[in-house]
Design a protein around this ligand. Structure first.
Ligand code: BGC
Length: 730
């Protein structure tokens, strides 16, 4: 590699730092002439938005044979939840709380994308999100930094596989570093203000977990933290990421973000922007073309350190080498493998399993669900009952909306030809007329069971899809009310990329199943669940507010001296016009089975230093159906030098029980689980020790508690608990 570096001209070095986008046409992706020129001139280290074995091979061949040095290209693509086989949106996947299933999903993404020549995926998105107005909550894992860290590690392992050089592995790119999830008022690209503690405890843990899992790329964010945009943030990129965490991969800017520095008001012009971003630690420039236009001159003039340039180029070449691109540049662009693996039955099975695990039962009065499979006629009413693209969701990569199993199709598959399954959109997501609603009521009146398929369009979530209202769009609530008034056995299925404010619907509908955007097998997963072939086991990874006015609302908030009471009390931290609790709390989700959970027990009442403590809880299945009980473990430092959150998630466990059967769910609590960001600038359990409440329950709103006494053995420096998920076995 050093030899290659020594042969590079200054322009060729800077070329490696340039990342350019291909374009899309009806026939698929293509590289316009300007992109081809960039490759031929050695001015592209990588391309993105390119895929397809034949096409990517032609691009790679151009770089290898028609440029002076023949350096292979990084070929990137946003594969957020599947390449062709589309998995549920990441927020839905997070609702599974199942790391193995999520990792298996990422293996599917990596296997399919790599067969199509992609060697670098701009995922996982690990921003911790507490404002559902932000459309990008769909791409993340919700509001818990702890859950987000487990998922981040699982995703990196799934994408990068056993060995990065394997033809079915891709480099992951963790994004958006940092603080993007805390974007102000849920507005995309907006600045934010985070205390050091909020940054360290709420936003950074999933990034740290991803780096520990050996993620090979980090994407620097658009947004500013404390006035400094992500791509210009030396403290984040060099001090924390590289020096503190030992990150050895590459840092790429978000799309055009270097070119936006003058708009932020932190750079005078393009030259200044390049200098600032590069010195701050952004190795690669995605699409602003600032580096190619200005870095050679900046280095020649001595305004940018040539040594730093060599370091960045080395990192990019190293990644290419680790991906096996020098030895086997065409290893991933493989038409045969592309034909075999893309959309394979095995991949569909993984997507179906993950979609089933992502579903969250929000309400089920009088056990309306599951419906009997003997139903002879089903009315699927609402704009999302037979909508392919909306079943896939935002950022659906190369997914095929026509191949997605919609809810109507899924129900027809489950019930077979003897049942009549009729779908009626009854208007659109945006609007239903009185006539639309009247036809829906007429159809519903003829059916044995009714499914209301409501929610958002896929395009109402994702990037650039912030919403100021989180109500069901259009006239869907009126539609639902008219149909519900018939009193038929009815379930609402919600398709959405974020929590919606559905207090009215919750009051009126007997059953609500949260389906998120469930992916290409999604309609089948939902249908199997509605008709009892699958038990809903998903749990909310993000709180559902009652009203937008409650935002931000999340489980691990700080206490106040005047906590809200259960019913309104003046001069407490409460609203006069709304309860202060969410509609559905973090961790919430019902089962078809019914369980009773006991009090948590500890195997020792005192944790001294690094001794671990076993926490157990008894669970009994008290209903008539078998099912999987789930418990979550939260801690709260009861007395500390500073106020600590009222709940912090530290574990989750499950046990499957037959009717009448009793079982135990256990957790291990370690000293590192008690660590938080200390005033001196390190993670540690409190050096003075103290009482810690241990809460266990089915969700963050219904826990029972016992107290553990913590005593440090000596003053110790700790990092947040390291996330250990296994790399996949070959
Ligand atoms: C998004 C990134 C994405 C990039 C490339 C940007 O607008 O913020 O998440 O990876 O585009 O498509």
């Amino acid at each position: 590699m050093e030899e290659l570096l020594s042969r590079m001209t200054l322009e060729e070095k800077v070329g490696q730092l340039n990342l350019v986008s291909g374009n899309h046409a009806v026939t698929g992706p293509f590289a316009p002439q300007s992109v081809r020129d960039a490759i031929l001139k050695g001015q592209a280290g990588g391309l993105f938005n390119v895929y397809g074995a034949e096409y990517t091979r032609s691009l790679q061949a151009m770089a290898l044979t028609e440029t002076r040095l023949g350096v292979p290209l990084l070929l990137g693509f946003d594969v957020l939840h599947g390449y062709r086989t589309i998995l549920p949106i990441p927020l839905g996947q997070a609702a599974s709380w199942d790391m193995e299933a999520i990792q298996a999903g990422e293996r599917v993404s990596a296997t399919e994308a790599s067969a199509a020549g992609v060697n670098w995926i701009f995922a996982p998105m690990v921003d911790v999100t507490r404002d559902p107005r932000w459309g990008r909550v769909a791409e993340g894992s919700g509001e818990s930094a702890w859950l987000g860290a487990q998922i981040a590690a699982a995703r990196v392992h799934g994408l990068e596989g056993q060995s990065l050089s394997a033809p079915d592995s891709v480099a992951s790119c963790v994004k958006h570093f940092a603080g993007n999830g805390a974007t102000e008022a849920g507005r995309d690209y907006s600045a934010l203000d985070l205390s050091e503690r909020a940054l360290r405890e709420q936003q950074l843990p999933p990034f740290k977990a991803a780096v520990d899992a050996d993620a090979r790329c980090v994407m620097a964010a658009f947004n500013a933290v404390d006035g400094v945009p992500g791509v210009a943030n030396e403290r984040l990129l060099r001090d924390i990421l590289r020096k503190e965490w030992g990150f050895r991969g590459i840092v790429v800017s978000d799309f055009g973000a270097i070119g936006e520095l003058p708009v932020h008001g932190v750079a005078e012009d393009g030259f200044d922007a390049s200098r600032i971003a590069f010195q701050a630690g952004t190795d690669m420039d995605m699409e602003s073309r600032s580096y190619v236009g200005s870095l050679p001159l900046l280095v020649r003039e001595g305004l940018v350190d040539g040594g730093l340039l060599d370091d960045s180029v080395r990192r990019i070449l190293q990644l290419k080498e680790d991906l096996g691109l020098f030895d086997q540049p065409f290893g991933r662009s493989d038409e045969k493998r592309e034909a075999e693996v893309i959309g394979s039955a095995q991949h569909k099975a993984v997507a179906l399993a993950l979609a089933e695990k992502s579903l969250v039962l929000l309400k089920n009065d009088r056990e309306v669900l599951p419906f009997a499979v003997t139903a002879k006629s089903v009315a699927v009413i609402g704009p999302l009952g037979d909508a392919g693209a909306d079943t896939l969701g935002p950022w659906a990569a190369h997914g095929d909306p026509n191949a997605a199993i919609t809810l109507k199709e899924g129900i027809a598959q489950v019930l077979g030809p003897s049942a009549r399954v009729t779908a009626l959109a009854a208007g659109s997501v945006e609007r239903s007329t009185a006539a639309d609603i009247a036809s829906a009521v007429r159809l519903a009146a003829t059916a044995d069971v009714v499914v209301l398929a409501l929610g958002e369009h896929a395009t109402q979530s994702g990037e650039a899809a912030s919403r100021a209202s989180l109500d069901l769009p259009g006239d869907q609530l009126s539609l639902a009310r008219a149909v519900l008034a018939l009193g038929k056995p009815t379930a609402v299925v919600l398709f959405n990329g974020r929590p919606l404010t559905i207090e009215d619907l919750d009051r009126d509908a007997p059953a609500i199943l949260e389906a998120w955007f469930p992916g290409s097998e999604g309609g089948l997963a939902v249908a199997r669940t509605l008709f009892g072939l699958n038990e809903p086991t998903g749990r909310l990874p993000i709180s559902f507010p009652r009203s937008v006015g409650q935002i931000p609302i999340y489980h691990d908030h700080l206490p106040t001296g005047r906590p809200a009471a259960e019913t309104y009390k003046p001069y407490t931290s409460a609203y006069i016009d709304l309860p202060s609790t969410p509609l559905y709390p973090f961790g919430y989700g019902l089962s078809y089975a019914r369980f009773e959970m006991g009090e948590p027990r500890l195997d020792r009442l005192r944790m001294v230093g690094s001794q671990s403590v076993q926490v157990t809880v008894d669970v009994t299945n008290v209903g008539p159906r078998p099912g999987t009980a789930q418990a979550q473990l939260y801690i709260r430092h009861k007395v500390a030098r500073l106020s600590r959150p009222v709940r912090e998630l530290r574990g989750m466990g499950r046990v499957t029980l037959k009717p009448g059967e009793a079982g135990v769910i256990s957790f291990t609590l370690k000293e590192s689980d008690l660590a938080y960001w200390q005033p001196g600038g390190r993670f540690a359990a409190p050096d003075v020790g103290g009482p810690v409440e241990v809460h266990v329950g089915p969700d963050s709103g219904r826990t029972r508690m016992t107290v553990l006494e913590y005593r440090p053995s000596s003053a110790m420096v700790q990092q947040p608990a390291r996330v250990d998920t296994a790399r996949p076995t070959p």
